[in-house]
Design a protein around this ligand. Structure first.
Ligand SMILES: [Zn+2]
Ligand SMILES: [Zn+2]
Ligand SMILES: [Zn+2]
Length: 156
């Protein structure tokens, strides 16, 4: 999928310790999933993780992947975002950001929360509502697609 420029400040043994502290068992599948997140700072879906892991662990079940992702999320090791109509995409829970995605070509960009600071403050004060700026991507139209649309209009 798309590349995120984020600095990963975790390592495998820290994360395994976190799992054990929270009462979780360390399994080979869990270790491999953590390695995917650590080595590949992109958003991945459960299906992508499964396709990767089943090569190494042929007996693996997709429901195991879902269970592990849920546990990692409960331990705040990973977090997920919904991009448009696609499935949830998971990433390490560090350098959190907002996502914008083009509805036409699916190009995704990452924005720091600070961009929404004024908006978030206004909504918080006026509506007593705290925005979650990472759970869902904001949809719109990218520069290229806007250009294409205006060219098409001109050629009509
Ligand atoms: Zn992200
Ligand atoms: Zn686009
Ligand atoms: Zn969700």
């Amino acid at each position: 999928m798309m590349t995120v420029k984020k600095s990963i400040s975790y390592n495998l043994s820290d994360l395994l310790t976190k799992i054990k502290v929270n009462g979780g068992r360390v399994t080979q599948a869990k270790k491999l999933i953590l390695e995917i997140f650590l080595s590949n700072p992109e958003h991945v879906t459960a299906d992508e993780i499964f396709d990767n892991l089943v090569l190494v662990l042929p007996k693996l079940n997709i429901s195991t992947v879902y269970r592990i992702l849920e546990e990692l999320e409960n331990n705040q090791i990973i977090t997920h975002t919904h991009f448009g109509h696609g499935p949830a995409s998971f990433e390490l829970n560090c350098d959190l950001h907002s996502h914008i995605i083009c509805q036409i070509c699916n190009t995704t960009q990452y924005l720091p929360f600070s961009i929404f600071e004024n908006l978030a403050n206004i909504i918080n004060k006026k509506y007593s509502f705290s925005l979650d700026l990472s759970h869902f991507a904001i949809v719109g139209t990218c520069k290229n697609c806007m250009q294409l649309q205006s060219n098409q209009l001109q050629n009509k």
